[in-house]
Design a protein. Sequence first.
Lengths: 518, 356
Amino acid sequence: MLARAHAFTIDGFHTHHVTVEVDVRPGLPAFVIVGLADTAVREARERIGAAIRNSGYEFPARRITANLAPADVPKAGPGLDLALACAVLAASGQLSGRRLGEVALAGELGLDGSVRPARGTLAVAEAARRAGLRTLALAPERFHEASLVGGLDVAPVRCLRSAVRVLGGGLPDSTVVAPASRGGRRRAAGAVRLDLGDVRGQVLAVRALLIAAAGGHNLLLSGPPGTGKTMLAQRLPSILPPLERTEAIEVTRIHSLLGGEVPGLIEERPFRAPHHTITAAGLLGGARAGSVGEVVLAHNGVLFLDELSEFSRPVLEALRQPLEDGRIAIARAHHSAVYPARFMLLAATNPCPCGSAGEDERCRCSEADLARHRRRLSGPLLDRIDLLVNLQRLARDRSEAPRAMSSGRARALVVEARRRQAARLRDDGIALNAHMDARTLGLRVQLELRAERMLHSACEVGLVSARGEHRTLRVARTIADLDRSELVRASHMGAALALRPDFTQVAGAAAVHGGVLG
Amino acid sequence: VSACGACLRRSRLLVELGGVLDCRAGDRRRLLELLAGDSDELVDALGGRRKAALRAVLARPQQELDRAGAPAVCRHRQGFPVALAGPEAAHLLYLAGRPGCLDEAAAAPTVALIGSRRPSEYGIEMARSLARALAASGSCVVSLLADGIARAAREGASREGRAGMLVLADGLAASGTSHGSEMTAHTARGGCAVSELPPGRPGRRWGAIAAERTVVELADLVIVVEVEHTPAQLFVAEHARASGRVLAAVPGRSTSHLAQGPLALLREGAKLVRGPDDALELLDLDPGHRGRSNGSSPAGLPPPLRRVLERVAGGHDTPEQLLGGSDCGSVLAALSQLELMGRLRRGRGGRYVVCA
């Protein structure tokens, strides 16, 4: 007898609909699973057999063949257990298969027949709705996550018997697991929100942080130790606007794919700050099938690289593709996947190995040291930095320095500037100035004549390169948005030029042996 | 090659004696005295047990020595700089650059800018602006192929399209090396590069001292920008004074260790150079055509820009210090405008420097 059930398998960021076909016929007892199943799926035979028996049903002592269609798509993980078990019961006549075609089944089975959550519930729920299925039966722990997707009945089932009951037209189990925070994860329990108002002095850096947050620009903070680079960076999330609904779904989906519990829609922008010893696999993902890196976890949020010059060169170079394309394509011998990775890069570094460059006689680094330090940072990655701020030690007593504006006020300015950008860029399919390409820049950025002249002369005297010209235009546009101006004026352009990244100050050259004079 | 056999053989002899000369480099005065001797005196003084082998070098036929590959000129041939006529001067120079560039350089008033390899932003800016003004007024700027003040001098002169003369402590470098690329770039800009050692020879401790001596001997005017007050650092200045060159120094902040050398020289009678005008006056040149170099005067600027420029000149050299209650955007815009006008330059650590 043949039975069909519906399930889903996760492949990278995407979900594939899997039709589970089970055929039970006379023959020597055997349970064969075909259809590019991975080890976890093949091991399901043992789990399913025990779960069926321990739930009070009979595991057919016949030849059982399970086919996972389409046969050319790899199936991974234990999330197909529930669908396989239900299909076996239906094929052996212990379950009415009437509703089997309308219900998506997701969950791992325990040996006692309990249903455990599987990773990627949100993605599965979205795929189930797209596939036209009415109901999704899954472990109660994932009820709230699946409920984020509208237009789908979510049926929590605690065990195999409950799943059989639901498939027979009965009621699902109640959701005994309450969400940690109804309506989304706002903040970790006990965590204190850092406020921009804690910062004293560093007016330029605060201004740059505001511009970066408003336009989604990449920002590099450079300065001696103790000038507040990390303090400023940690306060960036407090001035970023909450995620839009579509962004929130994407972020929640990524966290769901990792297998962690997602109590609700994630509303806060991710802020990832990996340690500088991180490997390329840790940053990008792909260490094993389905694993994602920090760039993916920072999607729609901020990736903060503290002590940028301490990161290995290959790791920094690997950031080029996600910074350029807003996605990361991972190809390995047995799997390949594409994940979204559109984030704002925030980096902090010392200006030289001893950290005192720019403070003339305090710096102990030679020209060669400076050149070596700059070489570690130079290259295409720095070419993608939009704003550079050099922080200096505060000259006077820190307690006398003025406080920065509060995070609430800064956030309001950022939200307003982003709203203006979104309205202007609506037809271009982007929402932030930082994502404007050359064509969009030409169409959407209107320059005052003086501003245009300033930019041209900056190009002529070599202050900015061709790529730098576009970068300056984007930043100037954001400054104008913060200033509520539709026209980019000379003052906006001047400020953008003053914040331009300029990495040519330290030139590298080998030292001459022996002599003391230059 | 326009060099006699004796000078080519001497050049080879210096290569062979490189290690021994390095050992004598601790006493710079003694080293220059040794280099003032002829080839036989060098072999007698430094040859030790290798005297026979070294005399064999001196007996090589000239055709074999001519294969060095680079043009060279010696003190016995026409075209050798007259300034190097002193007994301690180099006997032969290998050349790189377009034909006639050495003659052109020697014909112009020549100025050497010397100073620390790790100068301050102030030192870099002074060297750059002096070199720029001197080059603009037709002088030839001569400098070592080294970092710091020498690099700033090269950059300043190159901005006016007169790359000047470059003295290498090692042999004329092959392209592909860092020195080679720098030398090639210099000659491509119309400059001239000279070295006492055959091409491709690595730098030696004594070679650097010899190159410093060549730099000051090529010059009519030697300007010391920033050096520490140590015998080693001031030796070249002393050599310039002993060779009869006009010695000048740029004063610095009296609390800076890099200003102690120039201040000591000034106390001992060196000429004072406060800016390009003083340097040109020492060379008796017309300061009329100095291009954009004379840009430090804030007169003629709109008041907001003038205020910012004056504050930067007064030591408020970071945007943070310049803000002081002003609107952030307007200060940043003023800084950018001054930078575009060539009045300011962004230096290390984001500090602004007034362009002299």
